[in-house]
Design a protein. Structure first.
Length: 189
């Protein structure tokens, strides 16, 4: 299986997703640079009766390994973390050893972070991987470790599962590994 080379994103790619639960929209710009990739995104919407506005930036190596990310809301909450030599740090607490086993991140408000393990790993149809994720819920911004299971069903189709089996979704992806449809949560516009 092969995706379009990350270097072909040098001119940038804009993608939008609509939230299927509540009211919401995300606009993502993904571009390749000399040192890797950068994803910049804006999210607005309403969930569980609460309106929200947020931005995030994720910097990755050319293979989609996360180096740093920042998430901020329009009401002033912010979380920024970097990964250096396999260790996670933030500006307030320093080294955060609880996350050292995590390579990928999952930001709860976006389907983009599913792209990270899909693009970072080499896949064959039928192959399954259990991945420790640094998960950031948008309601609290308090990260924690969660395990997720990805299975390559076909060259552009992956099954995503929570490790406890409480949620499963089949995710079709495009030539860049970006989610097209995330049943019950997001749909590409």
């Amino acid at each position: 299986m092969s995706f379009r080379p990350a270097a072909e994103l040098a001119g940038g790619r804009n993608v939008r997703w609509q939230a299927l639960e509540g009211d919401g929209l995300e606009h993502l710009t993904l571009r390749a640079g000399t040192n890797g990739l950068r994803a910049d995104s804006v999210l607005i919407g309403e969930r569980d009766g609460q309106h929200y506005g947020a931005t995030y930036r994720i910097d990755c190596d050319p293979d989609f390994t996360v180096r740093a990310f920042e998430v901020a809301t329009t009401d002033g909450r912010r979380l920024a973390m970097t990964r250096r030599d396999g260790l996670w740090h933030d500006s307030e607490r320093g080294h955060l050893p609880a996350f050292d086993g995590c390579v990928d991140i999952d930001l709860s408000g976006t389907p983009f972070t599913n792209t990270l393990p899909i693009r970072r790993c080499a896949w064959q149809p039928g192959q399954q991987r259990r991945i420790a994720m640094l998960f950031v819920p948008f309601d609290s911004f308090e990260p924690f470790v969660t395990e997720q299971v990805y299975t390559c069903l076909a060259p552009n189709l992956f099954r995503f599962e929570t490790a406890d089996g409480s949620f499963t979704a089949e995710l079709p992806v495009d030539e860049d590994g970006l989610v097209m449809d995330y049943p019950s949560l997001f749909q590409r516009l």
